[in-house]
Write a protein that binds this ligand. Structure first.
Ligand code: C5P
Length: 117
C-alpha cells in the first residue's frame, strides 16, 4: 500500500530477531541491501510488531519537533560502520541497549527512522 512504509520496514524492522551466530549487524545489513554499493554508516533494527511500531505515530508516541518519539523503550539494535573501507564487505559494531525511537510519520505510517535515544 504505502511504498515508503514498506521501505521503512525493510530497513528498520527485524521481528522476530534474526540469529546469525554472532555478527548480527554484518549479516543483516548485507541481507537487507544496506551495504551496496557502499556500507551504510548507521542503521537501527527494531524488534517489535508492526502494530507497536505504528503506535508511535499515534498514542504510543509524543511529538518531538516535527517527528514522533516513542513513550516507551523499544528493543533495538543499532549498527554502526566500524570505518575503514566504505566498500563491502562491511563491518559493524552493535549497540543493543533498549532505547526510545524517533521516527517520521506520514498519514499515520512510519516512513523514516531518525534516531534512538
Ligand atoms: O542522521 P542521518 O540523517 O545521517 O541518518 C541517516 C539514516 O541513518 C537515517 O535515515 C536512518 O535510516 C539511519 N539511522 C538509523 N539509526 C540511527 C541513526 C540513523 O537507522 N540511530
Amino acid at each position: 500500500n504505502n511504498p515508503r512504509y514498506e521501505h521503512f520496514l525493510t530497513q528498520h524492522r527485524d521481528e522476530p530477531q534474526s540469529s546469525f551466530h554472532g555478527r548480527y549487524c554484518d549479516s543483516l545489513m548485507s541481507r537487507r541491501g544496506l551495504t551496496r554499493p557502499q556500507c551504510k554508516e548507521v542503521n537501527t533494527f527494531i524488534h517489535d510488531t508492526k502494530r507497536q511500531i505504528q503506535g508511535v505515530c499515534a498514542e504510543e508516541g509524543v511529538p518531538f519537533g516535527n517527528l514522533r518519539r516513542s513513550r516507551q523503550h523499544f528493543r533495538v539494535i543499532t549498527c554502526t560502520h566500524k570505518g575503514g573501507s566504505t566498500r563491502p564487505p562491511c563491518e559493524y559494531k552493535e549497540n543493543r541497549s533498549p532505547r526510545y525511537i524517533v521516527i517520521t510519520c506520514e498519514s499515520g505510517w512510519p516512513v523514516h527512522y531518525d534516531e534512538s535515544q
